[in-house]
Write a protein that binds this ligand. Structure first.
Ligand SMILES: [Cu+2]
Length: 116
């Protein structure tokens, strides 16, 4: 093999290794998950979010009117304060289950988080 060929092989090897590293980092980020639900135009988006146990879900109000995020169970698993524009509320789901929620100001706004 020529020197040039060897150099090319080394470069290819390095690129391949680099790609492997990148995907491993991406996987790690998926495991310690953070998910976001946007509140916009009186809608939770996505309305149904499926996450794994341990995921922190952050709701962010992108509407120009206040909203809340309140679970429908009793006692309530989570309940935000009134969120003004660009305010956020986070909750970490540590148990599997289905968690329906709504906006207590506009009860027709509903969503759910499925934790598995
Ligand atoms: Cu609302």
């Amino acid at each position: 093999m020529s020197i040039a060929g060897l150099a090319a092989a080394l470069v290819l090897g390095t690129v391949g290794f680099g790609t492997g590293q990148t995907s491993r980092v991406a996987n790690a980020q998926e495991k310690m998950s953070m998910m976001e639900v946007k509140i916009d135009n009186f809608t939770f988006g996505p309305a149904t979010l499926t996450v794994s146990v341990g995921t922190t879900v952050t709701w962010i109000n992108k509407d120009d009117i206040p909203h809340t995020v309140v679970s429908t169970d009793d006692p309530k698993t989570f309940k935000s304060k009134v969120l003004d524009t660009d305010e956020k509320f986070s909750f970490t789901f540590s148990k599997a289950g289905t968690y329906p929620y709504f906006c207590s100001i506009h009860p027709k706004m509903t969503g759910k988080v499925i934790v598995q």
